[in-house]
Write a protein that binds this ligand. Structure first.
Ligand SMILES: [Mg+2]
Length: 318
């Protein structure tokens, strides 16, 4: 583990450095608070810090305050070294944000144990962050297909729309619906239905680009967000998805089950928000269903006009 030592007295600094290296720490040392603060602002800075109180430039207390006014993660554990042992001094140090303190001259064994306590806090915090991120990820996933869930994919769509608006880049969405899904459930049962959804998800994931997002929008309906895709590119991708699903039947113990997908494509229109974009894709999807399923339809200007009835749409969009 990396430790930063800030101590202006060269003899104490070298002694500390040598001791900590012997204990297996990777040591970064400096002689004043200003340098310490600069080091702490760098990427991948040490999270365990031993700060002398009295130093030229920023003193230990000022460095403590600077660290604490910044974002809380990753946490920096601060051990303050001080020649002052008055209770009021100690309170000042802790108030400034130090986690612990040692009064000089300090006992080597005590320093070792206090550093160990600091490391324990940092390890615990790393575990908590890891668990929180895992939960966050879990909360965004659909448990059956492991695709993004409805809330997550909608939030990604809004983000990507915002980005596309800023950069004037194209953006398309695809709404895809498994054909005759109710019949699969009714004929073969819900386990077969679940298998069909999982397999469809797996094939779609394999057919898109790494930066495309796929979510389960409803029961057997999927929403894809395709950054950088204009209508032509989105149409090509939708055809690939359709072929990936229709290429092979799903193997059930009862036999082979043909899977097909109907898809509606809509590309970003300056006057259409996320809701209107999805509504236009939905209109195209319904046309694909009406025209026999296992096919792709692209949203027309008329679809957008229905989706945003209050606005007169310019016909010049791709
Ligand atoms: Mg000093």
């Amino acid at each position: 583990m990396k430790v930063l030592i800030a101590e202006d007295d060269p003899v104490s600094r070298r002694l500390l450095e040598a001791t900590l290296r012997r204990w297996g720490y990777e040591v970064i040392a400096c002689a004043d608070g200003t340098t310490a603060w600069q080091i702490l602002q760098q990427a991948d800075a040490p999270q365990l810090v031993i700060l002398d109180w009295m130093m030229p430039g920023m003193d230990g207390i000022q460095v403590c305050r600077a660290v604490r006014t910044r974002a809380a993660e990753p946490y920096v554990y601060i051990l303050l070294l001080t020649a002052r042992s008055q209770k009021s001094d100690i309170i000042t140090g802790l108030e400034a944000g130090a986690d612990d303190y040692l009064t000089k001259p300090f006992d080597t064994n005590e320093l070792r144990m206090r550093l160990r306590a600091g490391r324990r806090i940092l390890d615990l915090q790393a575990e908590l962050i890891f668990a929180r991120e895992a939960l966050r990820e879990q909360a965004m996933r659909d448990s059956l297909t492991r695709l993004w869930n409805r809330a997550a994919i909608l939030s990604m769509l809004r983000q990507e729309l915002e980005r596309a608006r800023r950069t004037q880049a194209p953006l398309s969405v695809v709404l895809a619906d498994l054909d005759h899904f109710k019949k699969i459930n009714d004929t073969y049962g819900h386990l077969a239905g679940d298998m069909a959804l999982r397999e469809a998800a797996r094939r779609m994931r394999a057919a898109v680009r790494p930066y495309d997002a796929i979510g389960r929008y409803g029961g057997e309906e999927f929403l894809l967000v395709l950054p950088g895709c204009d209508a032509a590119a989105a149409l090509a991708l939708a055809q690939r998805l359709r072929e990936a699903i229709a290429a092979e039947p799903l193997l059930l113990t009862e036999g082979k089950l043909a899977l097909t997908l109907s898809l509606g494509v809509a590309s970003r229109h300056p006057q259409a928000d996320d809701t209107a974009l999805i509504a236009a894709a939905d209109a195209a999807l319904y046309r694909a269903k009406r025209h026999g399923r296992n096919r792709v339809e692209v949203a027309t200007l008329a679809d957008f006009a229905t989706a945003v009835p209050d606005v007169t749409l310019s016909p010049s969009f791709s």
